[in-house]
Design a protein around this ligand. Sequence first.
Ligand SMILES: [Ca+2]
Ligand SMILES: [Ca+2]
Length: 481
Amino acid sequence: MIVTRKTLCRMSVWILTVLAGAAAGAAPQALGHPAPTNLDFEGELGAADLPSGWVRWGKPGSGYSLAAVTRVAHGGQRSVWIAGPDDPGDAFGGLGQAFPAEPYRGKRVRFSGYLRTSRVTGGGAGLCLRINGPEKRVLAFDNMRDRRVLGTTEWTRHEIVLDVPEQATAGALGALLAGSGSVWVDDLELEVVDAGTATTESVARGHAAVNLDFEDGTGSGDLPRHWDDQHVAPPTGGDGYQVRVDTRRKHGGEASGRIEWKASGKPSPQQFGTLTQMMLPDAYRGKRLRLSGHVRANRVANGYAGLWMRVDGPRGGAHLAFDNMKDRGLTGTRRWRSCEIVLDVAQEATAIAFGALLTGTGRMWVDDLKLEVVDDSVPTTEQALAGEEFPIDPEILDDYVGTFRVAVQGAGVLFEFRRKGDKLLVVQQGAPEFRIYPESETTFFYKVVDAKFTFVRNNQGEVDRVTLHQFGQEFPGRRVD
Ligand SMILES: [Ca+2]
Ligand SMILES: [Ca+2]
């Protein structure tokens, strides 16, 4: 199978989490307030003793306390106090509110406020501002991830400056704590500023592309902080691979990221382990992006070690560009080697995923990654996994549209083929849509996985069957719709 249900569930949860940013754990509901309200916390207390107009952010039960307090305030009588648990893991706590975007469209806004902290450790305390567009797309985002407040500090003013695009539908603002300790929040303000005020948008890019040198310690489950081992690209994989920070082998600094096959026996050809980050593409739209870094391999067999990068498009996962170094990964035992991937980031990109991967057995390390815009003189490394594209008459795609049931290892798996202009797209049982590319008039290949379909006509010339080619096998399918 191309994608298992388990992978898909994890994938969609992960993508939603990442795209919506830290503030999305519990998205604030529209509160019916015309604009941000009660920003000095002097108003009446609302439900659960929260300041009126505000809702709690973060997962319930993650150990964060949140209260309006009167003993400490920057202005007036009251502030809000957020306290983190001793062992916060990757959870965060905070408070926020939604506001309509209309009054701010086409303008630059500054969200500022005062924070006071006591013994904050972990990810830190910060303000957060998010601008949403249609279909819950995040148009602009900054949660101060690169400049959070740590330790014990007196009342200090902090700010976020973002542009609100014309297509913005709503905004959300708030304050959060990711870690242990306490933060007090007071005297927040949202105001329109002129173009002379620089945006802090550059840090929204840092929202995901962080800890590229693996020096930032561990996050959950001994993973390098801010890295994930989820498998956001099909096919399924991961089980049997361990992903860790390694302080013994490193290219620079004191640590690297390591992926190792830990299970007994050999992984199947479709398994792999990854280090993954996702980021918003805004800073890179319309540009050519290079991911470079250093990779080291130890006894890698029946597979390879390398970097990977993918540019996602709208509609839940259609891939615009992809390269996983399948054609040039490291095998055997190799000292640190410089690797790179170059992809174009289309205007319609919605996310960029990147990292390192290991297939087969053995162990790999990755360190000192770098993302940078390059000019058109640098060729892209995008790969077509199964050959070159074949020019076809797009009208022929109509013959392939429909749903087919393919027999895979005793199970009937439904694949729906759709035409969009001159493109053929395939969806497997509610999974995200992937484009498949013609290598002949009847055979179409995935770029994201080494698999392809061949359509078969009956005596009347109607396409009533399809064959899935994967793992060196053929799986027959019949049209059901
Ligand atoms: Ca106050
Ligand atoms: Ca390092």
